[in-house]
Design a protein around this ligand. Structure first.
Ligand SMILES: [Fe+2]
Length: 274
């Protein structure tokens, strides 16, 4: 049977569109770093954080088609930006910790003013071994598992993964005085609804990948457990903020669509002048 020109065009559209979409998502968009600079308002109760600049990265999934050049570009941007604190919001790997070595060799180039901190993601928790904290520490990243580090005017805290670990906020923030504001790393963003500690001015999270594959006019097609209420970006509740990054890497399929990898640079500013 002879195939008409119209049939050929229909076949091309039917088979060609997904192939073209996947090629674009894996070859182009997955490797396109977006740097999002956002002002985060802080109230008078949290004035110790005014002017503090935080760089946030997450979800490297470095054993799953990790892109070292992309991460290096992000690290160079952070160093040029002159940030005070770097927070890594977990999921360094998907399931193979062997990838930690090459990831941490790039992360060791981070030069924030006060320090680099990390929390565990659910994948890190499910596939945890001693190389994760050891290699992060060698790279100059302090892993916070229900723990805090205190500075003169504020503290940086980190919770264990909600999905894979045993988060304990009372224990984690036990040494922080009631008037000291806290920047809290917690991998899963939906945990923002699970506490009301007035010391936490800003929670930073990842986990969702912003959906990774998004549909035009619809947004994320699939979101993970504990990441469905806050897919990406800045959210505010009373005088607390949450920022969810779309992350750096990919999981399951090596592609992103309408959802580029993200480095977030967050500047905490007096809410009366924002
Ligand atoms: Fe995750």
């Amino acid at each position: 049977m002879k195939t008409s020109r119209r049939d050929w065009l229909l076949r091309l559209a039917f088979y060609g569109t997904p192939v073209a979409g996947f090629s674009y998502g894996s070859l182009i968009e997955k490797n396109f770093l977006t740097v999002n600079r956002t002002d985060i308002p802080v109230s008078g109760d949290h004035s110790g954080l005014r002017g503090i600049k935080v760089a946030l990265m997450a979800d490297f999934h470095h054993d799953d088609y990790g892109n070292e050049a992309l991460i290096r570009r992000a690290v160079q941007t952070i160093n040029k930006e002159g940030v005070d604190v770097v927070m890594l919001a977990g999921d360094y790997i998907s399931d193979k910790t062997e990838a930690m070595e090459s990831l941490c060799s790039v992360l060791s180039e981070l030069r924030p003013r006060l320090g680099s901190f990390g929390v565990l993601g659910n994948h890190d928790g499910w596939h945890f071994d001693e190389s994760i904290p050891r290699l992060l520490e060698q790279a100059g990243v302090r892993l916070l598992i229900n723990d805090t580090v205190e500075f003169d005017e504020f503290a940086v805290g980190g919770m264990d993964s909600y999905w894979a670990g045993r988060p304990d906020m009372n224990f984690g923030l036990r040494s922080i005085s009631k008037d000291k504001p806290v920047i809290l790393g917690w991998h899963e963003p939906d945990t923002f609804d699970y506490y009301q500690d007035p010391r936490v001015a800003l929670q930073v999270s990842g986990h969702t990948h912003g959906g990774q594959i998004c549909a035009p006019l619809y947004g994320p097609i699939l979101l993970p457990r504990y990441g469905r209420n806050y897919p990406f970006g800045h959210y505010q509740k009373h005088n607390r903020s949450l920022y969810v990054t779309r992350g750096m890497g990919t999981l399951d399929i090596p592609a992103r669509f309408l959802c580029t990898p993200e480095l977030a640079i967050l500047t905490l500013r007096d809410s009366s002048i924002t």
